[in-house]
Design a protein around this ligand. Structure first.
Ligand SMILES: Cc1cc2nc3c(=O)[nH]c(=O)nc-3n(C[C@H](O)[C@H](O)[C@H](O)COP(=O)(O)OP(=O)(O)OC[C@H]3O[C@@H](n4cnc5c(N)ncnc54)[C@H](O)[C@@H]3O)c2cc1C
Length: 417
């Protein structure tokens, strides 16, 4: 009964969102069009609208009926929105990220200043991970939407952009309404910020003749052989892993390992998944900090129960001696067979090539007036709040540069574009 009521409530909320989206008339001329209302798009829209003031139109095109929806799932619903130590080595293309963000302290200060002035209070947890004080991702979404509204940002929700074509005086943005069939509409925009995230950007990049690197899931679970038995499904341990390719060590990582019946998961595995390829070997030490006297005590007591989960010990060798079980726990080996679709990947590795973009403004070299932010670019990072940090900061940079570019006649554009 309660479930039926909840379904009805959800349907009513969805119908209300469609009604609100339909009621918005997309203007024929836009000063800054923001494509994608996720983390980067919202920061770009707020920054552009605050820089331009009330008389200019900043419009976010978002294919979902809600903006900032992608933020809600982050950090397990708590949103690990940044990290106290934003080292550039944690990103792919660290030199490019550094050129955009200047210095790691400035990078962090810019993000915290933005969120402080949006009304956020936060807390710092292990490894510098920062969360809203409420530990609710919805706090971040709602304060961004509130600030965007105050700045005069308009939202074209339920509108999927299907192509962007540069012209002498800006761009023709083509979109369809997700609630009204396949009919497409065209509007003119002086500047465009492309912030459509990782997966769906390729089509828009093609319409702009921008090159993309190949895409693959990152920060995801790995499938492997041997497959962990179902008795270990859901077991978490603190471990150390070494990723080995053709005998050479590629990467090492310490942290949480989560056994799943389909393979290996957990933050440590997510971080290694950015590098791991099928055929690589994961050597796992389940007891990285074990001291000799602790092993001696376990041997004396004839039990591994004080060192290892009993089911893990049984999997390693039910009838083995304590010494043999400990030795196996120090060197488990799994061969990577691929990535698992059972856990949603947190990032998309690859995107629009960074060498086509100016690192000061994030403007495309060959398409004046087009700026690219967030995961749409070929930038990704390890777990810990780094990916959202990039989305916020690149959104701010692109939004500010787009606001400055609106009045300009992009005369350098080639006729055949
Ligand atoms: C489950 C999960 C948990 C995560 N947790 C964290 C975390 O705790 N900390 C962290 O730093 N990172 C985390 N990430 C990664 C982080 O969410 C992304 O890196 C970040 O959201 C990228 O921001 P973006 O704005 O570039 O893209 P997105 O947030 O993906 O936003 C893109 C938006 O564009 C819209 N869109 C796409 N195509 C079109 C189109 N053609 N027309 C109109 N709209 C379009 C999409 O609907 C979407 O709203 C997590 C990711 C996932 C999936």
């Amino acid at each position: 009964m309660a479930q039926t009521a909840r379904v009805k409530e959800r349907q009513a909320a969805q119908a209300q969102r469609i009604k609100q989206a339909q009621a918005f008339m997309v203007p024929n001329h836009i000063d800054v069009a923001i494509l994608g209302g996720g983390a980067a798009g919202l920061c770009a829209a707020i920054t552009a609208a605050e820089a331009l003031g009330a008389n200019k139109r900043v419009v976010v095109f978002e294919k979902a009926l809600e903006s900032g929806r992608t933020i809600l799932a982050t950090g397990g619903g708590r949103c690990n929105f940044t990290n106290a130590n934003l080292s550039f080595e944690n990103f792919s293309h660290p030199e490019f990220v550094q050129a955009v963000c200047k210095d790691k302290d400035i990078f962090l200060a810019d993000i915290l200043t933005f969120f402080r002035s949006s009304g956020l209070a936060w807390a710092t947890e292990d490894e510098g991970r920062m969360y809203p004080l409420t530990r609710q991702a919805s706090s971040i979404q709602s304060l961004l939407l509130k600030r965007a509204q105050k700045a005069g940002v308009q939202f074209a929700l339920g509108r999927e952009v299907t192509s962007v074509k540069p012209q002498h005086n800006g761009f023709i943005v083509t979109f369809k309404e997700c609630f009204a069939g396949e009919k497409t509409y065209k509007v003119h925009a002086s500047s465009v910020v492309l912030a459509t995230g990782g997966l769906t950007t390729t089509k828009l990049a093609e319409s702009l003749q921008l090159q993309t690197t190949s895409l693959r899931p990152g920060l995801c679970a790995l499938t492997c052989t041997p497959q962990p038995p179902t008795s270990l499904d859901g077991k978490r341990v603190r471990a150390h892993a070494t990723l080995v390719r053709n005998g050479a060590v590629l990467k090492e990582e310490s942290g949480e390992l989560l056994f799943r019946s389909f393979g290996l998961s957990g933050i440590m595995i997510f971080n290694l998944s950015r590098t791991a390829l099928p055929g690589d070997v994961l050597e796992i030490d389940l007891l990285p900090q074990l001291r000799e006297e602790e092993v001696a005590a376990a041997v004396e007591a004839h039990t591994t129960n004080g060192l290892l989960d009993p089911q893990i010990a049984a999997y390693l060798g039910a009838h083995d001696s304590v010494e043999a079980t400990v030795a196996k726990a120090h060197k488990m080996a799994f061969t990577v067979t691929g990535t698992s679709s059972k856990v949603v990947p947190q990032v998309c590795i690859g995107g629009i090539s960074i060498n086509q973009v100016d690192s000061i403004t994030l403007e495309a070299h060959d398409i004046p007036g087009l700026f690219i932010a967030g995961e749409a670019l070929d930038i990704d990072a390890q777990c810990g709040g780094f990916n959202l940090s990039w989305a916020w900061k690149s959104g701010m940079v692109a939004g500010l540069a787009a606001s400055k570019s609106t009045g300009q006649n992009h005369a350098s554009l080639k006729e055949d574009n």
